[in-house]
Design a protein around this ligand. Structure first.
Ligand code: FAD
Ligand code: NAD
Length: 463
């Protein structure tokens, strides 16, 4: 048993926790970070990074396949194959490089990392059960809870054997012949599309009346079209009710049932905050359903106890967790910081990709704004043509009275790289005239943003 004392204790080493730790260390605060598994958390180990690595493998494989037939580029390739264990090993290498990098950054910031599971004894004391059976007690002036989230399990489809979560799907040793994806949200679509490109026959079962119900139908339209081109079966308004003998039972709203053969069933019906074993019963925290309630300084209802990241609610995104981590470290160092962001851009790494920053048209309307909405299609963009990807568009939502940009959304191949620009425009309070008046380099797909602004102002140039 070892006793530690510190100014700041961070529980959880995901994007929220490790950023809070690094920043607290940089600000000269004596900091300890406790991590039960591996630093990097869900995002680096079993989430954002490995999923994007496997999406890249799938895209490269599909591209190689495309060149086995007649194509406008005159390229020919014969019988491409993918060895999944090799691809997974490459993906693991990327993960190891990044998690090793995070450990190095924590060391550089003089953050002490303790490996083990933390349980609150009271608002200032935590017990850490280490993997070697020993335990540590840590007493801290301030404690940041950054324990993240976990996959939701369906009671009638418990994870195990052929029923897998995203973590299982990112560690398969062979491409499943038939893959049934339950839940057509972020993970279901990203991984469903990837496995389809790797050769699986994919069926997506979504209970809402369309996939990615978070976004409007205009935005998801190009993705739905691509799902069809890839031969992915999409069952909407449908629910899996059980599984047996290598198949799943699916029922629709009208009461009709069908069975779908599946070698693997990937359940991606959402994630929930992870607080199991944390000893929250020893604290008196206000909760927002299962999430820990925080104010704009990430402070919980108990003095000296803070919470950041997925455990504090939607949107459960790595960059939100990181932004909160940076703010809370500043707050603990006595800086006058608080959450004042205008938007948290979201990206769905589907094919094509979807980006949404700020308000969707219907959100803006619901918030009481009279708006101008303009959308510029990539089929009128030169760069998109040279890249053989003319699907999709960029859309701007602006206030009618003063032209303040309220939202920018886009769907298109590789459009994720424009998310930062969309966010920047909204954070800086850009008006349509600011975007229209900014020279956008030619030929780039980014010109579609300037053209959407021109169009909103009533004078599109290239349409
Ligand atoms: P986490 O990353 O979940 O980290 C929490 C850490 O706390 C874990 O390491 C855990 O071991 C540790 N912990 C928990 N309890 C204890 C305890 N009692 N003691 C000690 N340690 C503990 N987001 C994006 O923005 N972009 C993406 O492209 C993206 N892709 C994703 C793909 C997948 C397949 C998944 C599953 C998620 C994805 N996400 C993505 C979401 C993203 O991973 C999360 O939003 C992000 O990881 C949240 O960070 P966090 O720090 O709150 O928690
Ligand atoms: P999600 O909330 O994105 O999607 C879940 C989907 O499952 C929804 O469309 C819902 O209608 C459907 N659903 C729920 N219960 C169902 C049932 N019984 N049968 C059929 N469909 C059902 O959840 P997810 O895909 O599991 O992802 C979890 C979270 O992880 C996301 O909300 C996001 O915060 C994060 N994430 C982000 C990214 C990214 O930023 N690119 C990628 C992956 C995950």
């Amino acid at each position: 048993m070892t006793d530690h004392r510190c100014k700041v204790l961070v529980i959880g080493g995901g994007p929220g926790g490790y950023v809070a730790g690094i920043r607290a260390g940089q600000l000269g605060l004596d900091t300890i970070l406790v991590e039960a598994a591996r630093v990097g958390g869900t995002c680096l180990n079993v989430g954002c990074i490995p999923s994007k690595a496997m999406i890249h493998v799938a895209e490269q494989f599909e591209l190689a396949h495309r060149f086995t037939g007649n194509n406008a580029l005159g390229i020919s390739v014969s019988s491409p194959k993918v060895d999944l264990p090799t691809a997974m090993a490459w993906k693991d290498g990327v993960v190891d490089k990044l998690t090793g990098g995070v450990s190095g950054l924590l060391r550089k910031a003089k953050v002490r990392v303790v490996e083990g599971t933390a349980t609150f004894k009271d608002g200032k004391t935590v017990q850490v059960a280490r993997s070697d059976g020993e335990s540590d007690t840590i007493t801290a002036e301030n404690i940041i809870i950054a324990t993240g989230s976990e996959s939701v399990e369906l009671p009638f489809l418990p994870f195990g054997d052929d029923v897998i979560s995203s973590t299982g799907a990112l560690a398969l040793d062979a491409v499943p012949g038939k893959l049934c994806v339950v839940g057509g949200g972020y993970i279901g679509l990203e991984l469903g599309i990837a496995y389809s490109k790797l050769g699986s026959a994919v069926t997506i079962v979504e209970m809402a009346d369309r996939v990615l119900p978070l976004y409007d139908a205009e935005l998801t339209g190009p993705v739905t079209k691509r799902l069809d081109e890839l031969g992915i079966t999409v069952l909407t308004g449908a629910k899996v009710t059980g599984a047996r003998d290598g198949s799943v039972e699916v029922g629709d709203a009208a009461g009709a049932n069908q069975r779908i053969a599946a070698d693997k069933i990937l359940v991606t019906v959402g994630r929930r905050p992870f607080t199991r074993g944390l000893g929250l019963e020893n604290l008196a925290l206000d909760m927002d359903r299962a999430f820990i309630k925080v104010d704009d300084r990430c402070q919980t209802s108990m003095r000296g106890v803070y919470a950041i990241g997925d455990v504090t609610g939607e949107p459960m995104l790595a960059h939100r967790a990181m932004a909160q981590g940076e703010i809370v470290a500043g707050v603990l160092a006595g800086k006058n910081e608080s959450w004042d962001k205008r938007c948290i851009p979201a990206i769905c790494f589907t094919d094509p990709e979807i980006v949404s920053a700020g308000l969707l048209p219907e959100d803006a309307k619901a918030a009481g704004f009279e708006t101008i909405v303009a959308n510029f299609p990539f089929r009128a963009n030169g760069r998109a043509m040279t890249m053989e990807r003319e699907d999709g568009f960029i859309r701007i939502v602006a206030r009618k009275d003063n032209h303040l940009v309220l939202g920018i959304q886009a769907v298109g191949a590789g459009i994720s790289e424009m998310a930062a620009g969309f966010g920047l425009a909204i954070e800086m309070g850009a008006c349509l005239e600011d975007i229209a008046g900014t020279i956008h380099s030619h030929p780039t797909r980014g010109e579609a943003l300037q053209e959407a602004a021109f169009k909103a102002l009533g004078h599109a140039l290239h349409m």
